[in-house]
Design a protein around this ligand. Sequence first.
Ligand code: GTR
Length: 337
Amino acid sequence: MDKWDKRRSEILTLLCREEYGFIPSTLTSLRFELVAEDKQFCAGKVTLSKVLAAGQLGDRSFSFPFYTSIPNGKQKYPFFVFINFKDAIPDAYFPVEEICDNGFAVLSFCYQDVTSDDNDFTNGLAGVIFGGSERKADECGKIAMWSWAASRVMDYAETLSSLDLTKAVVVGHSRLGKAALLTGALDPRFACTISNESGCSGAAVSRGKTGEKIKDICNRFPHWFCANYSKYMDKEHDLPFDQHFLVAAAAPRLAYVASAKKDTWADPDSEYLSCVAASEVYGKLGLAGFVHPDRLPEVGDVFHEGDIGYHLRDGLHYLSREDWLYFIRFLKRKFQV
Ligand code: GTR
């Protein structure tokens, strides 16, 4: 385990330096303020609260809101930290009542409340970090910032007695699935990391990948990554890692990769191969890792036996109710709740 701790930290350095960028360590703590509370949410089964996280670096300050949806029972709940596209609750990506009915709480935020999804590094968290100055080649892109915010929401979770802190799960879809993977890799407080259709520069291995390539993503979304990442456009084979490093960085904790058959831009086969490759680390730690048949995935495959959960559903790029129910099924089995 000591050897893996050392290797894991080398892997994290590599991923930050070459792909997502480093967040300055001077930005560590935020203040939290409860701004609204509804104890009657979901027919009185859930308390929905709105919290403001506020931080400062020198004379620059910023804040972002997030929400907690916690069942009104007496036990301590396992919970999701959900990085979402919107702040509406419920939302098309977010069946909150059903999640809570299954005995889970959810803490969620809208990624663009942290900083905008574009090349503007002067607003929100980006503005606080850079204060108008140029980003260095290994300094954080937006994915790293959204991921950092998820860890701050986890800081708040640690102040709540209604949550089971040993059963924290970070989840996101697509670009926010990439952010969820990075969060789980960097923050060992998460017992499970869930990537839904995170594809290129998320769960999918880059070598041999079809659909979106590093070149496509760096041309369209350079702000998601650190500037160093663009070195690998059309040069996947020069990468000193591949994306299974990101999945494996969760080890020995749980990871989950979900894919959709018609999401060819993400490339389900490359997401699956990442789980296969990441499994080696679990194996070396004496764990089951990814338990799967010796073939490529088929629609309807659900592999929940090992430490890496997986499913491939039919349909398009989307975080569906079906995906949430598979996550919940896996977590109930692993957390024994
Ligand atoms: C696409 C992007 C993908 C994926 C997706 C999303 O346009 O190329 O990597 O992350 O956006 O976030 O919806």
